[in-house]
Design a protein around this ligand. Sequence first.
Ligand code: ADP
Ligand code: MG
Length: 232
Amino acid sequence: MFLSIKDLKKSFGEDEYKTEVLKGIDFEIEKGEICVLLGPSGSGKSTLLNIIGGIDQPDSGTIMIQGKTISTLKEKDLTNYRRKHLGYVFQMYNLISHLNVEQNIDVGKYLSKNPLDKEELLQTLGLKEHRYKQPNQLSGGQQQRTSIGRAIIKNPDLLLCDEPTGALDYHTSKDILQLIEDVNKKYGNTIIIVTHNDAIKDMADRVIYLHDGRIRENIKNTHKIPAKDLNW
Ligand code: ADP
Ligand code: MG
C-alpha cells in the first residue's frame, strides 16, 4: 500500500476551547491513484492534508508512506523527507512574488536529486511564453500552473493539492484539473486533491468523504470521467 493512515487524531485548543478535528482517521491509498478528499468546510480536510504533508503534527496515530513511518520522524528527517518526496499545491498559490515563473519552479527543482526536465514541464504547463513574468503579471490560472510546476518538478511520489481550483473560475478550474490528470498519467505520481466541490470526485480513482472528524465513505471509483468532461 502506498499510503496508510491509522487512527489519526488531532485537536486544537485546550479545555473548554478544545475542538477535536480528527477523531480517528483510517484509510489507505494505492500507488498512482488520484484520490479526491471531500467534506464540508471546517470538516478538517486541510488539517488532514497538512499532517500527511508533515506541515502539522498529529496528536496520535500513524502515517506510513511507501512503508516508511512518517509520523515518528524527527523534525530534520521529516523536512528532508518532505523536500524529497512530497509536492504541495495551495489554493492561494503561495508563489514568491519577486521571482519569475521559471525561478519559482526552480525552487522545487533545487530540492530534488532527480528533477524533471524543465523545458518539457514548462511546455506541459503551458508556461513557456510566460516564463519571465512575475506572479503579479499572471492570471490566477497561470499562477496555479506555476505552483503545480514548483511542486511537480521534483517528481514527488505524493502530490498534495489543497483546494487547487478554489480561487479559479469554471473554465480555468477544469484546465487545472486536466493538468493534474495529465501529470498523473505522464509521471505516475500519487495525488490527493482536497476539495468541497462534489463534481471533482468523478475524475478520481478513489473518493474519500470526511465528516465530523471521521471517514464516512471510502470508495474506489470504477467509472472515472476525464477532467475535461466534468460539469458543475
Ligand atoms: P477544512 O479544510 O475542511 O475547511 P480545516 O482543516 O481548515 O477544515 O479546519 C477544521 C477545523 O479546525 C476548523 O474548525 C478550524 O477552525 C480548526 N482549525 C484549523 N487549524 C487550526 C489552528 N491552527 N488552530 C485552531 N483551530 C484550527
Ligand atoms: Mg481547507
